[in-house]
Design a protein around this ligand. Structure first.
Ligand SMILES: Cc1cc2nc3c(=O)[nH]c(=O)nc-3n(C[C@H](O)[C@H](O)[C@H](O)COP(=O)(O)OP(=O)(O)OC[C@H]3O[C@@H](n4cnc5c(N)ncnc54)[C@H](O)[C@@H]3O)c2cc1C
Length: 404
C-alpha cells in the first residue's frame, strides 16, 4: 500500500517546514529556559503568542480537524493530516503554535460532533480561534481509571441545573489560566446499564466549588504552562444546557474522542522519534571516542538501523490507521487505532533511549529534546489508556475477526 501525498498537502507541508525553520528551530531551547524560571510559572512567553498569530495568518491553523467537520475544518483527510503532524512534532512544544495540541484537539472534535449550537458558539468558536484553552477531566485518584466505567464523580440533576461532586486528577491543561472550560465525565445515571451510567458535561474552569488541590509533577516536571491538575468538585452547579449529547453518553464520547486523536498522537511520536534519530546521526558523525567517530562503531550503526526500522514501521502503521479511517470509518479502523496506540509510544521511548546513549551525558540534559521525548513516550504508555488495555482490546478484535 502506497500513501500518495497530494500536491496540495505537499505544499502545506513545505510551508510548515519553512515555518519551523524560520520561527521554531531558532527558538527551540527558549521555551525550556522560559519554563525553568519560576517567575514564569503557568505563563507563555510573549513571543509564543506572536508565533501563533503568524501561524494563523499563514493558514497553518487547526490542521488536525478532518474534512467531515466543515465549516470548521481546513478540509484535509486523515491521511493528509498525518505527515503534517510529523513535521510539526519535530519540536516538542510546536503543536500549540498551530492550535493542534491535545487536549484541545479532542475537545474541539467532541464539540464539533456533539455540541449544540449554543455550546459551539460559547466554547467551540473561541477554542478554534485559539482565544481559550480547555481540559478533559475523566481520571480519578480513587478508582482504576483505565476502565472509564469506574468513574465516580457525581452529576445530579437539580431543577434546571446539574450539581457535581467528586475529585479528578491528571487533568491536563487545567492549571493554565487560559483554560476556560473543562469536559468533565461523571456518573449521572447509576440505574442504567454499566456503559450508559456516565455523562460528559461542560464546566467553566472558574465555576464556584472547584478547588485546585495541587498541580501534579510528571517525572518531577510541572509541565508548565499547561500543567496537570488535581481538582476537587464541591457542589459545582452548571446549567442543564451544558450537558453534551445527553445523559448516559459519557462513555460513548470518551471512546469517540480518541479515534483521529490516537493516530495524531502516534504521528506526534513518529515526528519526535525521527528528530531524535537525526540528532543521533549528527552526533555519531561528529563525536570521536577511542580514536574513531562514533558512527564507525558497529554497535552505534546497529542502533541507528534499529531506530530507522522502528520509526518507519510506526509511520506506515499510522498512515494505514489514517487510511482505513478515511476509507472505511472509525469502526473499521479500531484494530489499527489500538495497534498505533501500542506501537508508537514504545517505539519513541526506545528510539529516545538509544539516542540518549549515543549522546552520553548531553543526552540527559536540556540541550536536546531527547529526555522530553523519552519521558513523554513513557507517559503515553499509561495516559489515554495503558498499553495492556489496548493489547487486550486488540486481541479481542483479532479473535472476533478470525472467528467470522
Ligand atoms: C501526564 C499525564 C497526563 C494525563 N492527562 C489526562 C487528562 O488530560 N485527562 C484525564 O482524564 N486523564 C489524564 N491522564 C490519566 C491517564 O489517562 C490515566 O492515568 C490512565 O487512564 C490510567 O488510569 P490509572 O492511572 O487510574 O491506572 P489504573 O487504571 O489504576 O491502572 C494501573 C495499571 O494497571 C494495569 N492494568 C489496567 N488495566 C489492565 C488490563 N485490562 N489488563 C492488564 N493490566 C491492566 C496497567 O499496567 C496500568 O498501568 C493523564 C496521565 C498522565 C500521567
Amino acid at each position: 500500500m502506497g500513501f500518495e501525498i497530494s500536491e496540495k498537502v505537499q505544499k502545506i507541508n513545505a510551508q510548515l517546514e519553512a515555518f519551523m525553520q524560520k520561527h521554531i528551530y531558532p527558538r527551540e531551547h527558549d521555551m525550556a529556559e522560559w519554563c525553568l524560571d519560576p517567575g514564569n510559572l503557568w505563563q507563555t512567553p510573549p513571543w509564543f503568542d506572536e508565533l501563533r498569530e503568524l501561524a494563523k495568518a499563514e493558514g497553518l491553523w487547526n490542521l488536525f480537524l478532518p474534512h467531515e467537520y466543515q465549516p470548521w475544518s481546513p478540509g484535509l483527510t486523515n491521511v493528509e493530516i498525518a505527515p503534517l503532524f510529523e513535521t510539526m512534532s519535530r519540536v516538542v512544544w510546536a503543536q500549540p503554535v498551530f492550535n493542534c495540541n491535545a487536549p484541545d484537539r479532542g475537545n474541539i472534535e467532541v464539540l464539533a460532533k456533539y455540541g449544540t449550537a449554543q455550546q459551539q458558539e460559547q466554547w467551540l468558536e473561541p477554542l478554534l480561534a485559539g482565544e481559550i484553552r480547555s481540559a478533559y477531566a475523566m481520571t480519578e485518584p480513587q478508582v482504576a481509571s483505565s476502565d472509564a466505567t469506574n468513574m465516580e464523580l457525581e452529576i445530579k440533576r437539580d431543577g434546571d441545573e446539574y450539581v457535581l461532586n467528586g475529585r479528578k486528577w491528571w487533568t491536563t491543561g487545567a492549571v493554565n489560566p487560559r483554560c476556560k472550560v473543562m469536559l468533565v465525565m461523571g456518573k449521572s445515571n447509576p440505574e442504567n446499564p454499566r456503559h450508559s451510567q456516565h455523562s460528559t458535561i461542560l464546566v467553566p474552569r472558574d465555576a464556584p466549588g472547584i478547588t485546585l488541590v495541587r498541580p501534579l509533577r510528571a517525572f518531577d516536571n510541572l509541565h508548565s504552562p499547561g500543567g496537570e491538575a488535581e481538582l476537587l468538585f464541591e457542589n459545582v452547579r452548571v446549567p442543564v444546557s451544558n450537558m453534551i449529547k445527553g445523559e448516559g453518553c459519557g462513555f460513548e464520547i470518551a471512546q469517540g474522542r480518541l479515534g483521529p486523536g490516537r493516530f495524531q498522537y502516534a504521528m506526534t511520536l513518529v515526528g519526535n522519534a525521527q528528530r531524535c534519530l537525526e540528532l543521533m546521526c549528527a552526533r555519531a558523525d561528529e563525536r570521536v571516542a577511542f580514536g574513531e567517530k562514533l558512527k564507525k562503531k558497529t554497535s552505534v550503526q546497529h542502533e541507528i538501523a534499529r531506530c530507522r526500522c522502528d520509526i518507519e514501521q510506526a509511520r506506515l502503521l499510522t498512515m494505514q490507521a489514517a487510511h482505513v479511517m478515511d476509507s472505511e470509518g472509525v469502526e473499521a479502523a479500531k484494530p489499527y487505532i489500538s495497534m498505533v496506540k501500542i506501537v508508537a509510544p514504545n517505539m519513541a521511548q526506545q528510539v529516545a533511549d538509544r539516542a540518549m546513549q549515543v549522546f552520553g551525558g548531553m543526552g540527559v540534559c536540556q540541550d536536546t529534546l531527547i529526555p522530553e521525548v523519552f519521558t513523554h513516550a513513557r507517559i503515553c504508555r499509561i495516559a489515554d489508556g495503558p498499553d495492556e488495555v489496548h493489547m487486550s482490546q486488540l486481541a479481542k478484535l483479532t479473535m472476533r475477526e478470525l472467528a467470522s
